[in-house]
Design a protein around this ligand. Structure first.
Ligand code: HEM
Length: 510
C-alpha cells in the first residue's frame, strides 16, 4: 500500500462514491473534537497553573496513580505535599479541582455556586430533580417548602419510631450471635434505616427488616451507587447515548426501575389512602405534617406547584438520602467503637446510667449523652458518610492565600481529606473524642460531615438523632469487637462504604 493511500485524499479515492460524503463528515467531526479537546486542555492548564499537582499523563490524567478502590488513601498521601488544593486530572480535558483546606471550603460554601450538572445528570434518572440536585430559584422554593418537615415538633415522635426499628435489628443480631457468627453491619443497618425513614417521612410501615434479608430497593441503591461511581471515572461512558448501549448502562436502567417501583408503591399507597379515607382534610388540620403530607398538600392546594414528577423526585431523594447516609454513619461509628473498647465502655456506662435497660428512650435523653456524642462526632470525622460534594464555579474566585480560579471549574469539596488533613487535625488518624470536648475550639469549617452554608444537610438533626438512638441501644445489648480476619478499608462512593463490607464480632452484654 503506498503512503499516498493513507492520506485522507488517498483514502477518499478507495472509498465507494456513496460513502465518501459520510467519510468526509466523520473526518471533519473528528477534527472538530480534537480541536475542542486541545483548546479545553490548554485553557485548563492555564487556569490551574497556580496549583501544582502530581505529574499527569496528557490523555490518561492521574488514572495510573490510583489503584482500584484506593482513591481515598492515595489522596491522603497527596494532601501532605499539596497544601489546600490540587487538580486531579481524570483524563486529558477533564479535571476535578480537589479542595480540603477549611479556609478554601469556607469561601466556596459561602457562595451560591450550583452543583455540577455534569455529575448530577448521571444521578437524575434515579433520584430526579429533587432537593439534592436542584439549583437556583426552584431549589430555594423546594427547600423552603420542605424545611418545616424537619421542625423539632415533627422530629420528636420519630425517636420512638427509630428505637422500634433499631430493636428489630438488635433482635436479629441476637439470633445471629447465638449461631456464633459475626455480623456484616452495612446490610443490616441499611434495612433498619430504610425502615426508619419510611415510617418517619412517609408513614409507610413496610417492615423492610422482616421481609427478607436483601430488600430489592437496598440492592438497587447499592448497584446504582457503584454504577454512578464507575461512570464518573470512565471517559467512554460520559454521553447518555453511548452509556445506554453498554452493559453498565442497561444495568443502571434496570436498577432505576427497581428503585422507582419501590418509591411508586409508597406514593400510591398514600394517595389511595387519601382518596378512600377523605384524609386530606384531616391532614390539613393536623398541626404537624410529615414529609409526604407536605408534598401532597402543596400539590393539591396548588396543582402547579408540585407536578407528579417533582413529587416523585423528592420522595426518591429523601428515600435515598434518608437511609444510605445514616446506614454508613451508624456502621462506621459502631466499627470505631469496636476498635476502641475503652471509649466503648465509657459510652456504655453513660448510657446505662441514663437509660437503665433502654426500654424507653426519648428526645430529652438525646441531649444528655455528651461522651457518646463526642465519640459519634469523632467517628463522623474519621469516616464521613458523604466523602465528597461538588460545585461548579459560576464566577471567578480568589482564595484567602491570593490564588484564584476562573468561572467554569468543577470543584470537589473533599470532606474526607479535610477531616484527615494534618494541617487541620493533629494526628488525624488517631481516634480521639476529646477533640469534640466542650470548650475545645476548631476552625468553623474544619468539621463538615453535613456540609455547611445554605445547602447544608436538611436532615442533619434527624440523622444525629438516629445515630444516637442506634448507638445507645446497640451498646446496651452488645459488646463490639473487630473481626481480625476482615478489617474494613474505607472505599469512596456516593456514601462511604467498606471494601468487602464492615464486619464485627458481637457478644451479648449482661
Ligand atoms: C449521617 C447522615 C447524613 C450525612 C452525613 C449527610 C450529609 C449531607 C451532605 C454532606 C449534604 C450536602 C450535599 C451537597 O452539597 O451536595 C447533604 C445534603 C442533603 N441531605 Fe443529608 N446527610 C445525612 C442524612 C440525611 C438525612 C437523614 C436526610 C433526610 C431525611 C438528608 C437529606 C438531605 C437533603 C435533602 C440534602 C440536600 C439539601 C439541599 O441541597 O438543600 N440527609 N447531606
Amino acid at each position: 500500500m503506498s503512503i499516498s493511500m493513507l492520506s485522507p485524499m488517498g483514502l477518499l479515492r478507495v472509498i465507494p462514491g456513496p460513502f465518501q460524503g459520510a467519510f468526509l463528515l466523520s473526518l471533519i467531526l473528528l477534527l472538530i473534537k480534537v480541536a475542542q479537546f486541545y483548546l479545553r486542555r490548554q485553557w485548563l492548564l492555564k487556569a490551574l497553573q497556580q496549583f501544582p499537582s502530581p505529574p499527569s499523563h496528557w490523555l490518561f490524567g492521574h488514572k495510573y496513580e490510583f489503584q482500584k478502590d484506593q482513591e481515598l488513601q492515595q489522596i491522603l498521601k497527596w494532601i501532605v505535599k499539596y497544601p489546600c488544593a490540587f487538580p486531579r486530572w481524570m483524563w486529558g480535558s477533564k479535571v476535578f479541582f480537589q479542595i480540603y483546606d477549611p479556609d478554601y471550603l469556607k469561601v466556596i460554601l459561602g457562595r451560591a455556586d450550583p452543583k455540577s450538572t455534569e455529575l448530577h445528570n448521571f444521578l437524575s434518572p434515579w433520584i430526579g430533580e429533587g432537593l439534592l440536585l436542584l439549583n437556583g430559584p426552584t431549589w430555594f422554593q423546594h427547600r423552603r417548602m420542605l424545611t418545616p418537615a424537619f421542625h423539632y415538633d415533627i422530629l420528636q415522635p420519630y425517636v420512638q419510631l427509630t428505637a422500634d426499628s433499631v430493636q428489630v435489628m438488635l433482635e436479629k443480631w441476637e439470633e445471629l450471635v447465638t449461631q456464633g457468627s459475626h455480623v456484616e453491619l452495612f446490610e443490616h443497618v441499611s434495612l433498619m434505616t430504610l425502615d426508619t425513614i419510611m415510617k418517619c417521612a412517609f408513614s409507610y410501615h413496610g417492615n423492610a427488616q422482616l421481609n427478607r434479608s436483601t430488600h430489592p430497593y437496598i440492592k438497587a441503591v447499592g448497584d446504582l451507587s457503584n454504577l454512578f461511581f464507575s461512570r464518573v471515572r470512565n471517559a467512554f461512558h460520559q454521553t447518555d447515548m453511548i452509556y445506554r448501549l453498554t452493559p453498565e448502562g442497561r444495568l443502571n436502567h434496570q436498577a432505576c426501575e427497581l428503585a422507582h417501583k419501590h418509591t411508586d408503591q409508597v406514593i400510591k399507597q398514600r394517595k389511595t389512602y387519601l382518596q378512600e379515607e377523605r384524609e386530606l382534610e384531616k391532614i390539613k388540620r393536623k398541626k404537624n405534617l410529615d414529609f409526604l403530607d407536605i408534598l401532597l398538600c402543596a400539590k393539591m392546594e396548588d396543582g402547579s406547584s408540585l407536578s407528579d414528577q417533582d413529587l416523585r423526585a423528592e420522595v426518591d431523594t429523601f428515600m435515598f438520602e434518608g437511609h444510605d447516609t445514616t446506614a454508613s454513619g451508624i456502621s462506621w461509628i459502631l466499627y470505631a467503637l469496636a476498635m476502641h473498647p475503652k471509649h466503648q465502655q465509657t459510652c456504655r456506662e453513660e448510657i446505662q446510667s441514663l437509660l437503665g435497660d433502654g426500654s424507653s428512650i426519648t428526645w430529652d435523653h438525646l441531649s444528655q449523652m455528651p461522651y457518646t456524642t463526642m465519640c459519634i462526632k469523632e467517628a463522623l470525622r474519621i469516616y464521613p458518610p458523604v466523602p465528597n460534594i461538588s460545585r461548579v464555579l459560576s464566577k471567578p474566585i480568589t482564595f484567602p492565600d491570593g490564588r484564584s480560579l476562573p468561572k467554569g471549574i468543577t470543584v470537589l469539596l473533599n470532606i474526607h481529606a479535610l477531616h484527615h488533613n494534618p494541617k487541620v487535625w493533629s494526628n488525624p488518624e488517631v481516634f480521639d473524642p476529646f477533640r469534640f470536648a466542650p470548650g475545645s475550639t476548631q476552625h468553623s469549617h474544619a468539621f463538615l460531615p453535613f456540609s455547611g452554608g445554605s445547602r447544608n444537610c436538611t436532615g442533619k438533626q434527624f440523622a444525629m438523632n438516629e445515630l444516637k438512638v442506634a448507638v445507645a441501644l446497640t451498646l446496651l445489648r452488645f459488646e463490639l469487637s473487630p473481626d481480625p480476619t476482615g478489617i474494613p478499608e474505607p472505599a469512596a462512593g456516593i456514601v462511604l462504604k467498606g471494601r468487602n463490607g464492615i464486619h464485627l464480632h458481637l457478644k451479648k452484654h449482661h
